[in-house]
Design a protein. Structure first.
Length: 359
């Protein structure tokens, strides 16, 4: 089934809260102002036989109460007309002031500014991650992504859940993440990954299916409550399925039977205040590392990273690479190191940076 053709930019702001522009709050006052100007111009023209320009001038100085000199002395009818025009202008000023106070006290101006800010942030999104569902799992996923310096857009149907996110500056959209329009607003066509962690497997299934049809290249991770949902989510398009209960059981067994291992893994991830990360580093054609063995590349000495595994182009995973393992284009190295160390290694492995081949 071919993916539907969609466009991103024109509808990107459609799912943000609909907040009227401040202009619309004063549209009535502006309408009355122009009506008074028209009535005043016509009145001076017909009563005082002024030219249209003089009549307009008299109307403006009367309504604005600036006190300039009259074009010529007014007749009694002209003076009565001027009194009425001044009264109309005063009433209009009071009405406009009331609308301004009402608008400022309602706080809608803050909502307008926030909506504009969110719209600008979403329109410039690229290579970001979508978190669909802001429950217990979604909160932790969002926090981890933000801590790693990645751009995130959170989607949830409950506006109350997203209130704190908006205050912190994180992009958030209120809506159903399985709705194509909502995903378009979140710039799914330019997103790098999506996490489906809604409250039910049925919701996650629909989110995964919709997202995969819209963006065949995006990486999708789905949360499942029931083990029976795992194959369905994978068939719908999820690259990986996470079962929180299964992960909790594995963690519990490790703590129970191999507590020293669990403590080591925890300490290794927080040693000396420097968090260590496991990262998959793809080897690209053009990198100076291509053709070398792990021993020749001297990655430990050059980048202070440890290679724990190697994934071949056919998907086969080698968990015990040797010093004689050849670094070929298309392979992915599973490396352990700090974020800065892994970033430096990744730039060389991708060919973005040129380095000298080690003998």
């Amino acid at each position: 089934m071919p993916a539907p053709r969609v466009s991103s930019s024109p509808q990107s702001a459609a799912l943000l809260p609909v907040i009227r522009h401040p202009f619309y709050h004063f549209l009535g006052a502006l309408t009355v102002l122009f009506a008074l100007m028209g009535v005043g111009t016509f009145g001076y023209w017909s009563i005082e036989k002024m030219s249209p320009l003089d009549a307009l001038y008299m109307t403006i100085i009367t309504l604005s109460t600036v006190g300039f000199e009259e074009v010529h002395p007014l007749s009694p009818r002209g003076r009565l007309f001027t009194i009425g025009l001044i009264a109309g202008g005063g009433a209009l000023a009071a009405y406009a002031a009331g609308k301004a106070i009402e608008y400022l006290s309602s706080g809608e101006w803050r909502d307008f500014l926030e909506t504009r800010r969110q719209s600008r942030m979403l329109s410039g999104m690229k290579g970001h991650y979508l978190v669909c569902g802001y429950g217990r799992v979604g909160r932790h996923v969002t926090q981890e992504l933000i801590e790693q310096g990645l751009r995130v857009v959170v989607i949830d149907s409950q506006s109350e859940a997203l209130a704190g996110l908006k205050m912190s500056g994180t992009s958030a959209i209120v809506g159903n993440a399985s709705d194509e329009a909502v995903l378009i607003a979140a710039e799914i066509l330019r997103a790098k990954g999506l996490v489906a962690c809604a409250s039910s497997d049925a919701e996650n299934l629909l989110i995964v299916l919709t997202a995969r049809l819209m963006n065949p290249e995006i990486t999708i991770i789905a949360r499942a409550v029931d083990e029976a949902s795992e194959p369905k989510l994978k068939k719908a398009g999820a690259n990986r399925v996470v079962l929180p209960s299964q992960l909790a059981a594995i963690r519990t067994i490790t703590l129970l039977l191999r507590p020293a291992v669990a403590d080591f893994l925890w300490e290794a991830a927080h040693v000396g205040g420097l968090e260590l990360f496991l990262e998959q580093i793809p080897l690209r054609q053009g990198s100076c590392l291509i053709g070398q063995t792990l021993a020749q590349a001297q990655l430990r000495n050059r980048f202070n990273v440890t290679i724990l595994g190697c994934r071949l182009p056919d998907g086969t995973l080698s968990v015990r690479p040797t010093a004689e393992t050849v670094l070929d284009a298309g392979k992915e190295l599973i490396a352990l190191g700090t974020y800065a160390e892994l970033q430096a290694f990744a730039r060389l492995a991708s060919g973005e940076e040129r380095g000298e081949a080690t003998p």
